[in-house]
Design a protein around this ligand. Structure first.
Ligand SMILES: Nc1nc2c(ncn2[C@@H]2O[C@H](COP(=O)(O)OP(=O)(O)OP(=O)(O)O)[C@@H](O)[C@H]2O)c(=O)[nH]1
Length: 316
């Protein structure tokens, strides 16, 4: 097969919950180009790809079960070939890295392997959560690499912080990466021209070989039940097992149906903040919840979740 021209690619990184999917959805809904998306998740991907808005026809490819910096290199090649070889291939590809991924191995692969003939790495973008940035820098080695290699940082969640916190966050970013462009945003409301089509990387640029060790004790698991959950028991589980443990549960997201309410809901929890919104996509019923954290006792979560789903039994 002959490819007429290389497809530009932007890598989108940033720590768990910083707003990467929100940014991807912004770009897609700008309708500017036919985007293809590669979604990489530390956990299973079914919830995450369900949260990517329906693309017109650029396609979504999923790489789950680990960060791109850790899973086999083949996965990225297969995902990109899959998109590029579509009948109606994307004009531009966004690679959404997992919230724990180091962007360098993915950039190296795009720049130095056979993929170089197919795609052009245009830019590395990082989302940063202004509210949690300081905490992330302190606790997570992954968070630093994501910012250090970015061409542009979208300093997101400006609506959640005072000006002073926003400026402090910008300072942290500039200390790590003095030449980076910082764009402040709420709900990743940036124009496509601010993060794509930048030709931000010098053609000869190669990231120096390095390796970010993931912080210890990272855990992810998915809790599922085929039946809708009783609302009150769920609220108690959410409060006690997720919200009350912000240092341990870094991220939770899921699609959940409740016995007492119509339609499924999307739960998004970043540390102690959470939202519930109606989910408009297709859902098989029941509940599916991805949890990512440090040193979590999976068995404890599974047992508690089973008690939520049970119609009878002791309170949580
Ligand atoms: N208040 C507020 N919430 C935001 C903003 N941007 C994103 N969110 C919310 O934060 C949560 C996480 O956003 P995502 O876009 O899923 O974050 P992510 O970086 O893709 O998350 P992971 O892939 O799990 O690492 C969602 O509930 C978003 O709606 C913002 O600027 N302000």
């Amino acid at each position: 097969m002959k490819f007429r021209q290389k497809t530009p690619v932007t890598l989108i990184g940033g720590f768990l919950g910083a707003g990467k999917t929100t940014l991807v959805n912004r770009l897609i809904s700008s309708g500017e180009r036919r985007y293809g998306v590669v979604v990489n998740e530390f956990g299973e991907t079914s919830v995450d790809s369900a949260l990517i808005e329906e693309l017109q026809d650029g396609g979504v490819a999923e790489i789950g079960g680990g960060c791109l910096c850790c899973v086999g290199r083949e996965d990225l090649s297969v995902a990109l070939y899959g998109l590029i070889c579509r009948e109606n291939p994307p004009e531009y590809i966004l690679i959404e890295l997992s919230g724990l991924a180091d962007p360098v191995p993915a950039a190296q692969q795009l720049l130095t392997t056979e993929l170089r003939g197919l795609v052009d790495l245009d830019s590395i973008v990082a989302g940063a959560d202004a509210r949690n940035l300081e905490r992330t820098m302190f606790e997570a080695p992954e968070g630093k690499a994501q910012l250090a290699y970015a061409s542009v940082v979208v300093l997101n969640k400006a609506d959640q912080v005072e000006e002073e916190t926003l400026r402090a966050a910008e300072k942290i970013i500039r200390n790590l990466n003095p030449l980076v462009r910082v764009v402040t945003a709420s709900y990743a409301a940036v124009g496509p021209e601010e993060v794509t089509g930048l030709k931000a990387l010098d053609p000869g640029w190669r990231p120096r070989g390095h390796r970010v060790e993931h912080g210890a004790g990272l855990t992810t698991f998915t809790l599922r039940t085929p039946d809708p959950l009783p609302l009150e028991r769920w609220m108690s589980f959410h409060r006690r097992m997720i919200i009350a443990r912000p240092g341990k549960v870094l991220r939770a997201k899921g699609i959940i149906e409740f016995r007492e309410m119509d339609g499924p809901f999307v739960l998004q929890t970043v540390r102690e903040l959470y939202t519930f919104d109606e989910y408009e996509g297709e859902h098989d019923g029941g509940a599916e919840l991805v949890i990512i954290g440090r040193n979590l006792d999976e068995a404890e979560y599974r047992a508690a979740f089973e008690r939520v789903a049970a119609r009878t039994g002791p309170d949580l």
